[in-house]
Design a protein around this ligand. Sequence first.
Ligand code: GLA
Length: 389
Amino acid sequence: MDMNSATSQFKNRFGYSPARIVRAPGRINLLGEHVDYNDGLVLPAAIDRATYIAFSPSVTDRSTIVAVDFDQPAVFSVEGLSAKSQTDGSPLPEWAHYPTGLMWALREAGLATPAMDAVFLSNVPRGSGLSSSASVEMAFALAWQTLGGWTRSPMERALLGQKAENQYVGVNCGIMDQFASACGEENKALLLDCRSLEYRSLPLPESVSLVVADTTVRRKLTSGEYNNRRNACEETVNLLKDDLRAMTSLSEVHLVDITILAKGLPPELARRSRHVVEEIGRVNQSQSLLEAGDVQQFGQLMNQCHVSLRDLYEVSIPELDAMVEIAQGLRGCYGARLTGAGFGGCTINLVEREHASEFVERLAKGYESNTGLHPEIYICRASDGARLL
Ligand code: GLA
């Protein structure tokens, strides 16, 4: 999977060579889960799994986009955007809502979106918590920027992708995934303050490997459960406003206050908000640990994060718990936890580099005998964000 296969797929489908190829990566998140939409701190990294688009301007006013993985084209123009329909009146396939959503968001911002011929393919597994949809959005943002002749910064493109997801696709996500896909840096994690949108990169210690372990259980009802979690946070802010009048998000609650404040909340909201406040505390703590190369302590924070996502935020599932528990018992594992929204998908593991291959093998065996499922486990590298190739 690379730019050569994107080029040859394009030639197969359209009979000529593409003008450009764009690559936009998926991401893992090391710490700071379910806090981006609470104005908290997150610590993701873009990874070496990505969506590739080969594209050219179309000679017609219709865009034809072929999803190689679905072996299916979608043909659309500006007229059918809001109704989510193709030029022949049939509904757009669901995968096409990401490019058309992005097109909608760009046009809302007054940016040109010339019609294109395009193929896209991806080796970011879908629904696995590695942000395959954000990688599709960020790839198309760059493709349209190239064809449209305008320039927006990676962060601005990320915000447009988030708008597409929130208002067109209907998932009320935060900014983390699009940000990581747009702004990723090789061998670095990115520390983002989701309130100010300021960020800096932190080098990942050379002695460790990032291991992604896919449970192969795909998320179900994700957008429903995800949006519920977000609503719970907003409801909590409204309740707490009686005590903390100027408050606008859970990120403003101090660690020392959460125990007292939680006592006045319904039990479910108390659990959710405790996770958010403590998780932001963990990311705060993690910066100096990562800078000092203290992977031991950093890994402990990852382990604590998993417990919190399992017991307080309640977004784990038994297969994710099994994958994490087995990993934590293996040689060389500093930390393991579910990554992304949860409800299925992948774990992220911080593993001593010299033990990484053995870790992958043992984790696969352990998970298989525990669950009867064949996991996909791979060592990944932190990579650059969306780029034209
Ligand atoms: C999904 C969302 C992100 C973030 C994570 C949980 O990946 O798209 O905005 O909320 O879940 O941390």
